[in-house]
Ligand binder design. Structure first.
Ligand code: DOR
Ligand code: ZN
Length: 347
């Protein structure tokens, strides 16, 4: 017996595509299933100006296989030197759809991020005025804050003060990993949304550490206790318009992950939609998968839903996904949920 589920073609509201050979290798993995994605600007050097975002967009489109369609939704990397007028011009031209806030030092390539939030106040006020969303990496970086507490402390020390000072600013709390974040989002008005990754619905911190360290499960924000994973499942599958998919699919070559100091990031572009179908079915909420993956994101970003559909098929035999994808920089390991998946996207 096969079962099918047809949905509006989904979008990914948080994606790392990198550049060069890696971009070439990973872009088809996303474009196969997704119509659009919010493209993270944490390249080396970061995408800081409108001109840099326009050039990066051209490189993405040049890397897209001819038989695929995909729209990269560009972002700018917020620094203490960002010019509010450059941001406004890049938004007015239709080039960018969001600005990304990384607290300095929070994660991969975030050294140019923000330390003194007063220095970005003028940019945030301009964004509130023109309706341009701010995407936040929601972790403080203070050395005295335990890594498992950094998201909860970010809400109190950074996010809530920004929301109070600039209530009209539309904010996405990205890749939330705690019940604290889900509860905070629910307690706020519709100017605050949150993305949830595929992998945070599947792993908790035991998956990273029990029985030997598993570098391919290490990402930032790091996965938390089981009770938080369950809270994320409940938020993602609820249908609540404030929660939507942002995979944070973040490719690194295997030697960079399997290292004495391994990089953060799970690569989920290849199998996200089958994994999500599995999770939503387990929760008895398959009917809400379309809201999470295809409808709530466009609603927050005030964009139309994709006109196409995709069909997921559930078979009796386990689906086969590649364990790795090849890039000319080296192999990239595809996220392994640790159990069989019976859903696949029909071609
Ligand atoms: O795990 C992560 N990887 N989290 C991030 O915030 C950045 C990302 C990356 O760029 O590798
Ligand atoms: Zn990310």
């Amino acid at each position: 017996m096969t079962q099918t589920l047809t949905l509006t073609r989904p979008d990914d509201w948080h994606l790392h595509l990198r550049d060069g050979a890696m971009l070439q290798a990973v872009l088809p993995e996303t474009a196969r299933d997704f119509g659009r994605a919010i493209i993270m600007p944490n390249l080396v050097p970061p995408v800081v100006t409108g001109d840099q975002a326009a050039a990066y967009r051209e490189r993405i489109l040049a890397a897209l296989p001819e038989d695929m369609s995909f729209e990269p939704l560009m972002t700018l990397y917020l620094t203490e030197d960002t010019d509010p007028e450059d941001v406004a011009a890049a938004y007015a031209s239709g080039l960018i759809k969001a600005v990304k806030l990384y607290p300095a030092g929070a994660t991969t390539n975030s050294a140019s991020g923000v330390t003194d939030f007063d220095k970005v106040r003028a940019v945030l006020e301009k964004m509130a005025e023109i309706g341009l969303p701010l995407c936040t990496h929601g972790e403080v970086t203070d050395h005295d804050i335990d890594i498992f507490d950094r998201e909860a402390v970010f809400i109190d020390r950074v996010l809530d003060p920004i929301r109070c000072a600039t209530p009209d600013l539309r904010v996405v709390m990205e890749h939330i990993t705690t019940s604290n974040a889900a509860d905070y989002v629910r307690s706020q008005d519709k100017n605050l949304g949150a993305t949830i990754t595929t992998h945070h619905l599947i792993i908790n911190r035991n998956h990273i550490l029990v029985g030997g360290i598993k570098p391919h499960y290490y990402c930032l924000p790091v996965a938390k206790r089981e009770e938080h994973r369950l809270a994320l499942r409940s938020a993602a599958t609820s249908g609540d318009v404030r929660f939507f998919l942002g995979t944070d699919s973040a490719p690194h070559i295997d030697p960079a992950k399997e290292s004495g100091c391994g990089c953060a990031g799970c690569f989920t572009a290849t199998n996200t939609m089958p994994l999500l179908a599995h999770v939503f079915e387990e929760e008895g909420k398959l009917e809400n998968l379309e809201k999470f993956a295809s409808q709530n994101g466009p609603s927050f970003y005030r964009l139309p839903e994709n006109p196409e559909t995709i069909t997921l098929v559930k078979s009796e035999a386990a689906a086969k996904f590649p364990k790795k994808i090849h890039s000319d920089d080296g192999p990239v390991t595809v996220f392994d949920p640790g159990f069989d998946i019976y859903w696949a996207v029909a071609n």
